[in-house]
Design a protein around this ligand. Structure first.
Ligand code: MAN
Length: 632
């Protein structure tokens, strides 16, 4: 029995050493806690935390008669003497009543030694009169250390050391700090109420804005549909007009081709007439006369025929591909028709040249032949020439206004377009006709198609009729009106999306954080200035070179796993910051404590590129009702 007690004492001694180490660690934590919350005045409450570690409000003051040492009055009935024996509170063992507080641990639950350090798991009650009563582990009793939880010094009663009763002072300081904290919380709660009001009001505003915008969106959609229909109408109208114009162009072109073909025919006939005059003369003239003019004419005729026959062959090839299919109206057909006119014009010109050549052969022969020979074939040829010229000049006069019927309704373009100079085609000299023919081709193209890019652009600039892309004023206006309506619709839709995004944001159970959305707070931490823009992003700016590093975008609330836990809205994470060299993306954890202002208190980087920001804000202060509820 004696041996067992000795072993028990040794265990208790070991446990005392352990407890002493725990106290030192606790004091160290307290220092850290003070540093972190230096602006809050909460640090002063740290000793109180330890003082009230075993605080139970229901206990009454100890020290009355018949109550064993270390037992609260509220538990006195458990130690009431009802006979010679007493049962451990866990019911495990029955011991003699005198064995209570006999400095030997008998009960497994340590309940037999509330006033000594004999049991490792007993509890000792400090009355702490003037402050708050508390329990300490009974193995700290008489261990030579004044327990801060026992401000009345009752834990050291064996006289080895003197522990003064400081409960009055400690109690007074505790009450002062508690009052200060209560004030902070009350003020914080008041500000938080304003935040809540703001959050609710802003939500109502957003919701009514949303309703208004939804109505506007409906009207905007109708407007877009109307303008789209109007645009389509203008497009269709212009398309029809353009088709009609194309029709006219093609018809004009066909007419032109027909005219040119007729002219070609008649020129062929003229050439043939002149050729037959010369041919007959060559065949029938009197070769004995040796008239030089006649010989020159025959030589010229021979050369001409050689060249003429060669050309005729080429033209036959051309004629084979002469037929133009103009059933459908498209740009290719118009272009093809245009090319045909050009070719026919060139051929006409060629034929005119040929007529001129033959005429000049005959003209020279007429002028220079020897009239004394009276060669009948020559005389017939000259007669034929004279009749031809008479007819030819009459025809040329008739053809002085050949292209007037070319008007096909492109007045505007034509007016703006540079025009070919007018010439007097009543003078059918050879060079004048060449020039006239060239100008005819030019005018044909301009008037028939009005297609020269330069001409069109010039006309656009001067008359501002078609806009870029060749659209008419009406079409441009219709497009503009449609674009405008569409832009309005998109803007409204963007506004709606923005509002929905804001409404979906988690601003706390009562939207108390709405007020802080996008508000930025900075903290100078010697090397860097840290800035957090709530619900947005966090940055780190070097105080040396002012380079700003992105620390992350707002991700989510992380105060607790579940939203039901009131701590949920006390911490936020900001992630996806600039990648750390050889490390992770930078990120921030923001911890929020109750305070009467919004302020970052500290920034630390416990792991490389992982930042911890501690901040006070009224948004997390408990509301008054909650406070009084908690205090009850
Ligand atoms: C910068 C800062 C520091 C960070 C290092 C990592 O200097 O962002 O906070 O620890 O980069 O290389």
């Amino acid at each position: 029995m004696y041996e067992e007690r000795k072993r028990g004492k040794f265990v208790i001694l070991l446990f005392s050493y352990y407890r002493f180490a725990v106290i030192l660690t606790s004091l160290d934590s307290c220092n850290k806690c003070q540093k972190n919350f230096s602006n809050l005045n909460l640090q002063k409450l740290c000793p109180i935390f330890f003082l009230t570690f075993f605080h139970r409000q229901n206990y009454v003051y100890a020290g009355q008669e018949n109550i064993p040492k270390g037992v609260a009055k509220s538990e006195a009935h458990l130690y009431e003497k009802k006979g010679p024996t007493w049962k451990c509170l866990d019911g495990s063992t029955t011991i003699p009543y005198e064995a209570i507080n006999d400095d030997y641990c008998d009960c497994v639950d340590g309940s037999d030694e509330p006033g000594t350090s004999a049991c490792p798991n007993g509890k000792f009650f400090c009355t702490n009169s003037g402050h708050i009563p508390s329990y300490i582990p009974s193995n700290r009793v008489n261990d030579g250390v004044c327990e801060p939880e026992c401000c009345d010094g009752s834990d050291e009663y064996d006289g080895k050391i003197e522990c003064p009763n400081i409960c009055e002072e400690v109690g007074a300081e505790y009450r002062r700090l508690a009052e200060e904290l209560a004030k902070t919380r009350a003020k914080g709660a008041q500000i938080k109420s304003e935040y809540i009001k703001y959050g609710i009001k802003s939500k109502q505003n957003l919701e009514s804005d949303l309703e208004r915008l939804k109505t506007l969106l409906e009207s905007a959609k109708i407007k877009v549909a109307e303008r789209e229909a109007a645009l389509k109408k203008v497009q269709e109208k212009e398309e029809a007009e353009s088709k009609t114009k194309d029709h006219m162009r093609i018809q004009k072109c066909q007419e032109k081709i027909r005219t040119l073909r007729e002219r070609e025919e008649s020129l062929h006939e003229q050439v043939d007439t002149l050729l037959s005059i010369l041919k007959d003369m060559k065949k029938d003239h009197n070769q004995n006369y040796h008239d030089m003019a006649v010989k020159t004419a025959i030589k010229g005729y021979d050369e001409f025929v050689e060249e003429y026959e060669r050309e005729m062959e080429e033209n036959t090839e051309l004629d084979q591909e002469d037929e133009i299919e103009i059933e459908t109206l498209d740009h290719m057909h118009i272009q093809k028709c245009q090319e045909k006119i050009k070719t026919l014009r060139e051929r006409e010109e060629k034929l005119r040249e040929q007529v001129d050549t033959l005429l000049s052969i005959l003209k020279d022969m007429k002028k220079d032949h020897n009239q004394n020979y009276h060669d009948m074939a020559v005389k017939t040829a000259i007669k034929g020439y004279d009749e031809f010229v008479e007819e030819y000049e009459r025809e040329m006069e008739e053809n002085t206004e050949p292209d007037q019927e070319d008007e096909i309704g492109y007045e505007e373009v034509k007016e703006a377009a540079p025009r070919a100079p007018e010439i007097d085609i009543s003078l059918p000299s050879y060079s004048e006709r060449i020039l006239s023919a060239i100008l005819d081709v030019y005018n044909d193209i301009l008037e028939t198609f009005g297609l020269s890019e330069y001409v069109i652009r010039k006309a656009e600039q001067q008359y501002s009729r078609p806009s870029a892309g060749g659209k008419s004023k009406d079409l441009v206006a219709a497009f503009d009106a449609y674009d405008k309506a569409e832009e309005e619709r998109k803007n409204i839709e963007n506004d709606i999306n923005e509002i929905n995004r804001k409404l979906e944001k988690d601003y706390g159970t009562q939207r108390e954080f709405a007020k802080l959305d996008s508000e930025c707070f900075s903290h100078d931490a010697k090397d860097y200035t840290y800035t957090i823009c709530m619900f947005d992003k966090a940055t780190q700016k070097s105080n040396k070179d002012h380079v700003t590093t992105h620390l992350g975008y707002f991700e989510k609330w992380i105060g607790a796993e579940s939203k039901e836990d009131h701590k949920y809205y006390t911490a936020q994470s900001y992630t996806r910051g600039t990648r750390c060299w050889n490390g992770p993306d930078r990120s921030v954890k923001l911890y929020l404590e109750c305070g009467i202002e919004n302020k970052i208190l500290s920034v630390t980087e416990p792991e490389k590129c992982e930042y911890i920001l501690k901040m006070i804000t009224p948004a997390v202060c408990p509301l008054i009702e909650k406070l009084s509820h908690e205090e009850l």
